[in-house]
Write a protein of this length. Structure first.
Lengths: 114, 115
């Protein structure tokens, strides 16, 4: 079928503010989620992951929240810096288990204003 | 430890030609996955190779193929190129163990332009 250009949602924040990037998923059986960061000209870079037996996981300046009731996860970045400017993707392995077949969301462009 | 490397970084081809892209995974990684990234379709899984065998496959036509060598290096080939094949092709490697998920490390990609 005819493809339509994806319109990347954009989140614009001031340096030092907190950022929240959201992602919805459809499969209630999904049990593992990953957040990736992709800077211009580079491949996606792993940020943090979370399994479905957890509601929250924290890393360095990042926190992922998982709400299985509404099938929603979010990535929170504390004290956002210019170096955080990138496209952020949520991803999940299709079919769970040991598969490396990742299904990516459409992505969110984070623009940090100095 | 060296990261995932992909060659070439940029490539220009014309319709009807074929192309081969190469990926060298991180040392010790046995799984290599390929993804296509376009503005229209986003990031889409092509296939995964583990120990020289295709373990997973995405929904791409047979013009897209791949292989993996005994040293875990992988190549993907696209035959009879179409304009719509213009994309960033990303390779990702992981340990590939059977026991649960493994972090995938992406290379910088090969930017393919089909004229």
């Amino acid at each position: 079928g005819e493809s339509v250009g994806l319109h990347l949602p954009t989140l614009s924040v001031q340096e030092g503010d907190n950022s929240i990037i959201n992602c919805a998923y459809s499969n209630s059986a999904s049990d593992y989620f990953i957040w990736y960061k992709q800077e211009s000209g580079k491949g996606p870079q792993f940020i943090i992951d979370i399994r479905s037996n957890m509601d929250k996981r924290q890393g360095q300046r990042v926190t992922v929240l998982l709400n299985k009731t509404v099938k929603h996860l979010s990535l929170q970045i504390a004290a956002t810096q210019p170096g955080d400017s990138a496209v952020y993707f949520c991803a999940e392995p299709l079919g769970g288990g040991a598969t490396n077949k990742l299904i990516f969301g459409t992505g969110t462009l984070l623009a940090v204003q100095p | 430890k060296a990261g995932v490397t992909q060659t070439p970084r940029y490539l220009i081809k014309t319709r009807g030609q074929q192309v081969t892209l190469s990926c060298s995974p991180i040392s010790g990684h046995r799984s290599v996955s390929w993804y296509q990234q376009t503005p229209g379709q986003g990031l889409q899984f092509l296939f995964e190779y583990f120990s020289e065998t295709q373990r997973n496959k995405g929904n791409f036509p047979g013009r897209f193929s791949g292989r993996q060598f005994s040293n875990s290096r992988s190549e993907m080939n696209v035959s009879t190129l179409e304009l719509g094949d213009s994309a960033l092709y990303l390779c990702a490697s992981s340990l590939g163990s059977e026991a649960g998920q493994n972090e995938q490390f992406f290379g910088p990609g090969t930017r393919l332009t089909v004229l």
